[in-house]
Ligand binder design. Structure first.
Ligand code: FAD
Length: 339
């Protein structure tokens, strides 16, 4: 099926890129391997209660990004969340809580934003792209079930390492080699995460976020249920430090998940060792490393003619949700300008 543009990845970057292209009259298909849109901007539901699994709140200074968030309809905006921050550890994005940075959450969860971005788009969920290749003046993307998609432009809006893996399969060219050399300088950091549900009532923490100071394992404990209306559970999200996560990345979840709960118990007290339920999640590529300072999305014209665009959080200084959104927006504008 021929499109103007194929976007691989329905995270913040891919969705914003696709949205702008479609608004300008382009035919776009978004191919996403997961069962839902959003990528790392992820929210899961436990007996109906939303819990954010990736970023816990929005933060940014770019007016266009903040306006896009303000356009999300039907959500309760928790302006200023997290208001109660404790602990001496460092947030992964040091500027996130600066007074000059707006920060807030949605009571409905972070992925209300990506569901909003996806409205009206042709998104094919559970469609894992396994191969991309130029065919004449077009790109072809093949999904795991053998379905093929053709487009004049192909956009990869993936985590850095996932993008690199696709680039390695393309026919060699000097331009491609220089992009590969550039991207080889950066890397993503992992985060092993456990969501733990406890009875509501006793032990409600007096903070929204805690950055445990002496913990070797824990980077952050988020009091997620503080964002929810009438929560059924006290929900805490335990995010592990990159080094701790890297050392256990290939281990089964049943091994590292109790270890992280134990670390939480050491910080919070014995009650935290006895959650009603837990849900572990392995973020292999959680965030780009702080050294990532690529200024803009990459455009690449292959010798045969089709055009490849690269977006995602690595393509804007600082990384994170705002960076991903900006990269998608800028890539779309660049594609539209050229034609
Ligand atoms: C635990 C954690 C904490 C974080 N904390 C913060 C924070 O405090 N502040 C902040 O700003 N950011 C934070 N981030 C980072 C932020 O979530 C990301 O930078 C941002 O969401 C990246 O968006 P993206 O669109 O670039 O990529 P992604 O969200 O990764 O989107 C890529 C999409 O591509 C899909 N995909 C991958 N391979 C294929 C394939 N072969 N075929 C089809 N689809 C494919 C994936 O399923 C995914 O949906 C955090 C992330 C995590 C995990």
């Amino acid at each position: 099926m021929a499109q103007d543009t194929i976007v691989v990845g329905a995270g913040v970057a891919g969705l914003e890129c696709a949205r702008r292209l479609q608004r300008a009259g382009r035919s776009v298909v978004v191919l996403e391997k997961a069962r839902r849109v959003g990528g790392r901007c992820a929210t899961r539901r436990f007996e109906g209660q939303p819990v954010d699994v990736g970023p816990m709140f929005f933060h940014g200074q770019e007016p266009a990004f903040l306006e896009a968030l303000d356009e999300v309809a039907g959500v309760t905006v928790l302006e200023g969340w997290p208001g109660r921050v404790e602990g001496g550890g460092a947030p992964c994005q040091p500027g996130a809580l600066d007074p000059s940075t707006r920060h807030f959450a949605f009571a409905e969860g972070m992925n209300a934003f990506t569901r909003h971005l996806a409205e009206g788009l042709n998104v094919r969920l559970q469609t894992t792209v396994t191969r991309i290749r130029p065919v004449g003046a077009e790109f072809e993307a093949t999904a795991g079930d053998g379905t093929t998609f053709r487009g004049r432009n192909l956009v990869l809006a993936l985590a850095l390492e996932e993008t690199r893996a696709f680039l390695a399969t393309l026919p060699a060219s000097p331009e491609l080699a220089s992009v590969q050399a550039l991207l080889a300088m950066f890397f993503s950091v992992p985060s092993l995460t456990v969501i733990a549900g406890y009875p509501v009532g006793a032990n409600t923490p007096p903070w929204d976020l805690l950055f445990p100071d002496p913990s070797e394992a824990l980077q952050l404990i988020a009091h997620d249920s503080a964002k929810r209306r009438d929560p059924r559970f006290l929900t805490l999200v335990y995010q592990a430090r990159p080094r701790w996560s890297r050392a256990r990345l290939e281990q089964p979840m049943v091994e590292w998940s109790p270890e992280l709960i134990e670390a939480a118990g050491a910080v919070l007290g014995p009650w935290a060792l006895r959650p009603l339920w837990t849900f572990p999640h392995r973020w292999r590529y959680a965030r780009v490393d702080r050294s990532c300072e690529l200024a803009r999305p990459v455009r690449l014209k292959l010798p045969q003619g089709p055009s490849l665009g690269l977006a995602g959080d690595v393509f804007t200084p600082g990384g994170g949700v705002q960076a991903a959104w900006l990269s998608g927006a800028r890539l779309a504008e660049s594609l539209l300008q050229e034609d």
